[in-house]
Design a protein around this ligand. Structure first.
Ligand code: N01
Length: 535
């Protein structure tokens, strides 16, 4: 082969993305005897747990409910150290799984996919990476992650700024030392809320730029003792069942009681218990009507506002930290550890960008309408072009050169959140219109479905699979219908793409809950793969 020709690898399936979902997908394809490999942009595996290595990054799902369930050996070998494990531990766990199941030799690191084109003549994808390498898989499985395309503020001058900077989702491996420095954190979503106490601990001065406050509740994390780990192992089948029955794939389900049937004192005792419980219990195991009924939601919201007021010394500052535009749970609520107390520290200040907009970044800091903030470090906790962003950054072309970006111009279009009309043999795992909650419990089911479907095609001598346009339309109606009437419907959040200027508003996730999602996919599959055509 002439030297200028790139190496071409022909195989059954290529998985893109070495996150928790992609790793399991690669495993399950290989288990079915398929010739599969993986490409990954990073220099290590772990997906979000590789990129988001900022101080404070940790689970908000219970560690053992997030980890893999497919291998009893792995469950027996891995001891989780905390109920909500930190990023370094999760990254170690995923590396351990990759080595245990001998997957590392199949994972091509530092291979960012730039384009993927369907070749109808050969019924294969041509996938090209930034380094110029080419793969020719029959099936292309994208496990790109819903929060993997970092977003930055659009204010001018970002390139003029000369100090240190980092996005939480692209955190440098060597870390950042905040000691004695003047630091700004922009953004108060889950990432901002997790990192801010760590910055406040070390920095000489911290300015938090807040566009919208969130309803944050305490994580109440705790260490897992050897006895508790043994107990978790003993109950692992029960834990699995619990995740399967939970709408969010987590350890939690809403309570059966209505909060409106209770007298205020009894309701308050319940809220006290939920607020002081670990993890997302306040959000996911609250009264059944908190997420559905405005009056019930108002009660929960008023309770949390009161708890915030009790934790922030300055009443005016407390009011600025309390959301006024949405109720608790209408957006995904961050979990925090000492977040509100940070604002009682004399070296910490809060800029509400609604009152004091950022005009521009300068060589030495940030200029707002009220003045200039001299800075040594800017932390961008400004979130992601969620769900579709990671797809939009790749030039994906299906039949007759149809671009996925164009196909999704008005919002994502999929069938079952797994396939796309006009894009044969393209599978989405953890992509739009299917994902919610505790991600691995959404995607392990999908990965099994993808592997089973591909293996079945091989047995039947079929080379292509693609949904019909009608099936795709019906799925979009179902997904959009699921959000109507919920309190989430009106909130501006990344789940609707609202944080990306110019993006058409469309619901990007799946609001019906995972049991219903699995039921829908199973019903279509059992009905001879209704909505999909094979050839
Ligand atoms: O991102 P976000 P995130 N000027 O989009 C603000 C998961 N996660 O990385 O709300 C000023 O939530 C923006 O303001 P607004 C979890 O699913 C989980 O924090 O758009 N501010 C917002 O405050 C989470 O939901 C964990 O008005 C600007 C913030 O930046 C998801 O990831 C930990 C701005 C971005 O918040 C995303 O969380 C971390 C601007 N120009 C993340 N642009 C766990 O605990 C944006 N903002 C497992």
């Amino acid at each position: 082969m002439p030297e200028s020709q790139p190496a071409v690898t022909t195989l059954d399936a290529l998985v893109v993305g070495a996150g928790v979902s992609g790793i399991y997908q690669l495993y399950t394809l290989r288990e079915r005897g398929l010739d599969a490999q993986m490409v990954e942009a990073g220099s290590g595996v772990g997906g979000v747990w590789y990129w988001n290595r900022y101080p404070g990054a940790r689970f908000d799902s219970e560690s053992y409910a997030y980890g893999y369930f497919f291998s009893r050996e792995l469950i027996d070998e891995w001891d989780w150290s905390e109920e909500y494990a930190g990023q370094p531990e999760t990254e170690r766990y995923l590396n351990y799984a990759v080595d245990k199941f001998d997957l590392r030799r199949l994972i091509n690191l530092e291979q960012r996919v730039t384009s993927a084109e369907w070749d109808a003549d050969d019924a294969r994808w041509t996938v090209t990476t930034q380094s110029g390498r080419v793969w020719r898989p029959r099936h292309l499985v994208t496990a790109l992650g819903i929060l993997s395309a970092p977003a930055f503020p659009s204010a001018p001058g970002l390139d003029d700024y000369r100090g240190e900077r980092a996005h939480t989702g692209l955190w440098p491996a060597e870390g950042i030392d905040f000691t004695g420095k003047k630091v700004a954190v922009i953004g108060t979503g889950s990432s901002g809320v997790q990192i801010i106490p760590f910055v406040a601990r070390d920095a000489e001065k911290l300015v938090v730029f807040q566009r919208s406050p969130n309803w944050c509740t305490p994580i109440n994390n705790f260490a897992i003792s050897p006895e508790r780990m043994a107990d978790i192992r003993g109950r692992i089948d029960e834990i699995w069942e619990t995740t399967q029955l939970s709408p969010s794939g987590s350890m939690h389900r809403p309570m059966s009681e209505s909060s409106l049937d209770m007298d205020p004192e009894e309701r308050r005792r319940h809220f006290d218990r939920l607020y002081d419980s670990p993890g997302l219990i306040m959000a996911l195991a609250n009264f059944r009507d908190v997420a559905l009924d405005k009056r019930a939601n108002d009660n929960a919201t008023a309770y949390i506002a009161e708890r915030i007021r009790a934790r922030v010394n300055d009443p005016e500052l407390a009011e600025r930290l309390i959301p006024k535009d949405h109720g608790f749970g209408q957006k995904r609520p961050p979990l925090e550890n000492g977040y509100y107390e940070v604002f009682n520290e004399p070296h910490v200040s809060l800029v509400s960008t609604g009152d004091e907009p950022i005009i521009r970044f300068t060589e030495t800091g940030i200029e707002t309408v009220r003045g200039h903030y001299d800075l040594d470090v800017i932390v961008f906790a400004t979130g992601f072009e969620a769900v579709v962003g990671s797809y939009n950054r790749v030039d994906i072309r299906g039949r007759d050169g149809l671009s996925l970006r164009d196909h999704w111009e008005a919002g994502p279009r999929t069938y079952l959140g797994l396939t796309v009309a006009g894009f044969p043999n393209l599978f989405l795992v953890g992509g739009p219109q299917s994902t919610t909650g505790n991600i691995p419990r959404a995607t392990d089911f999908q990965a099994d479905w993808v592997a089973t479907t591909i293996a079945r095609m091989r047995e039947r001598g079929e080379t292509t699979v693609e949904p019909t346009a009608a099936a795709e339309d019906a799925w979009i109606d179902h997904v959009n219908g699921g959000i109507v009437g919920t309190l989430m419907e009106t909130a501006e959040s990344w789940a609707f793409g609202s944080n990306v200027p110019g993006r058409k508003r469309a619901y990007l996730l799946y609001a019906g809950g995972l049991p219903q999602y699995r039921e829908r996919v199973r019903a279509a599959t059992d009905d001879d793969y209704r909505g999909l055509s094979f050839s």
